[in-house]
Design a protein around this ligand. Structure first.
Ligand code: UDX
Length: 461
């Protein structure tokens, strides 16, 4: 099928390459000529595992091409996927629909009969219907505009896998023809047994924001438990392991730490709540405000903890931040908790050095005033405190003993609960993990040595 993918960001670039990999003839569109030039050469414009290979293969095959012209896309495509961003508005919590509206308006002017506009961006419920009216007004006479909604659930870092083997497909449609077209687009994935849900436009739009709200709620739930654990000296990691054994709860997305960031969860829950207010169901979504507040408090907790550990003030103190991306296997720094903490510590007068395996270039663009290091070793020289904030494997696997003689103090905050506390302790480090107040040794599962336990209890007594 002749497919266009408009917007080649984290979502669209992978979707375009994925569609070409499924055998379609794809034209990717973006307003940024430098991005288009890179993609045209088969180069990924951002870090995403597996994407360079997929782009290289599909561009070389001739099935994937790129342009900056929406008019060209309109003339070419039978199916147009809209993948442009819906960021938060500068002056409110609502989604900024300017980019989606502009793309659909331009597309509509050149739309050919029988083609289908398919929204993939995360949007306020009611958008698809509104866009259809907008496009119908602008489309050439005789063109009956059809709009479908096919939300995207891909995770950065697993985007290729999630695009080629999604765990579900959702088709929001208003007519049987649109469903048929979408089924044809995804036929090879559907033939592989991927579950699909055909529904109305509103449900499809809501599935996406509901999914992201639930994920955000799950993370904030465990982070709220972390706050309680910190107060009573309990261990949130064991708590998550134990409640996660209940299949109704599940262990995934219960990792307590500095909280969620990125271009989706935060702005999506805010936009959903704002949309709820507009629709008169604000009460139903009020809890999302709490989810957001818990998440923000975790970032502040890291700042407080850093100050506490450094004697009350971070001014003039050398702090190394491990991580800049909002999550591992990504170079995305949008709303990154790691970068938030790094910048806030700098603003409070700390001498901050940041390391990240992939995101330094992007971090430097928005925080050029921070120092950046090429390696964890270089980043740690002279550090009085390490703060681990992005759960890259590289940090989890780090042998703390190699840093022992480089740092000024063996002090680390684990803002992701991923470091092997025993190994760090054994190397002489003091580890402060969020939600795991340093407990007496006889409380730690690793030291359930009865002899040591009674000796220690006696010593304390
Ligand atoms: C999210 C959704 O998962 C995806 O389905 C949707 O399409 C887009 O938004 P993504 O933004 O790539 O994907 O990141 P995700 O893997 O959801 O992680 C979001 C944030 O939550 C990261 O900062 C991550 O570090 C954090 N997180 C995740 C936790 O703090 N604890 C967890 O247990 C899981």
């Amino acid at each position: 099928m002749r497919i266009t993918v408009i917007g080649t960001g984290y979502l669209g670039a992978v979707h375009a390459a994925g569609m070409a990999a499924l055998g379609h003839d794809v034209l990717g569109v973006d307003s940024d000529p430098s991005k288009i030039a890179a993609l045209q050469q088969g180069h990924a414009p951002f870090f995403e595992p597996g994407l360079p290979e997929l782009l290289h293969e599909t561009v070389a095959s001739g099935r994937l091409r790129f342009t900056t012209s929406i008019a060209q896309a309109a003339a070419f495509g039978e199916v147009h996927f809209v993948c442009v961003g819906t960021p938060q508005k500068a002056d409110s919590d609502s989604a900024d629909m300017r980019f989606v509206d502009a793309v659909v308006a331009e597309l509509a002017r050149g739309l050919t009969p029988g083609s289908l506009i398919v929204g993939k961006s995360t949007v306020p419920v009611g958008t698809a219907r509104r866009l259809r009216e907008l496009a119908q007004e602008l489309a050439p006479t005789g063109v009956d505009v059809r709009v479908a909604w096919n939300p995207e659930f891909l995770r950065e870092g697993f985007a290729v896998e999630d695009t080629l083997s999604p765990d579900r497909l959702v088709f929001g449609v208003d007519d049987a023809d649109s469903e048929g077209i979408l089924r044809a687009v995804y036929s090879s994935i559907l033939d592989g047994g991927t579950p699909s849900f055909t529904t109305d436009l509103e449900t499809a739009e809501l599935v996406k924001v509901a999914a992201n709200s639930f994920l955000a709620m799950k993370i904030s739930f465990i982070n709220a438990m972390a706050e309680v654990c910190e107060t009573v000296g309990a261990d949130v990691t064991t708590l998550a392991d134990a409640i996660g054994q209940d299949a109704r709860i599940g262990r995934r997305f219960l990792n307590a730490g500095v909280g969620f960031g990125g271009g989706c969860l935060g702005k999506d829950i805010r936009a959903f709540r704002a949309r709820g207010e507009e629709l008169g169901v604000g009460k139903a979504l009020e809890f999302l405000g709490t989810v957001d507040a818990v998440n923000q408090r975790r970032r502040n907790r890291v700042l407080e903890l850093a100050a506490e550990l450094l004697g009350g003030d971070v001014r003039g103190r050398r702090i190394t931040i491990l991580g800049a991306a909002f999550k591992p296997n990504s170079d995305d720094v949008r709303d990154s908790p790691a970068l938030f903490v790094a910048r806030a510590l700098h603003d409070r007068g700390a001498l901050v050095t940041v390391h990240d395996p992939a995101a330094v270039e992007n971090a430097r663009r928005i925080a050029p005033h921070l120092s950046y290091a090429q390696s964890t070793v270089q980043a740690s020289i002279g550090a009085e405190l390490l703060v681990h904030l992005t759960e890259w494997d590289e940090y989890r696997e780090l042998d703390p003993s190699i840093l022992n003689d480089l740092v000024s103090a063996r002090l680390v905050i684990d803002g992701r609960n991923q470091l092997d506390v025993d190994a760090w302790n054994a190397a002489g480090w003091s580890v402060h993990a969020l939600g795991r107040a340093p407990a007496p040794a006889w409380n730690t599962p690793s030291s359930l040595d009865m002899a040591a336990l009674s000796a220690e209890k006696e010593a304390v007594a």
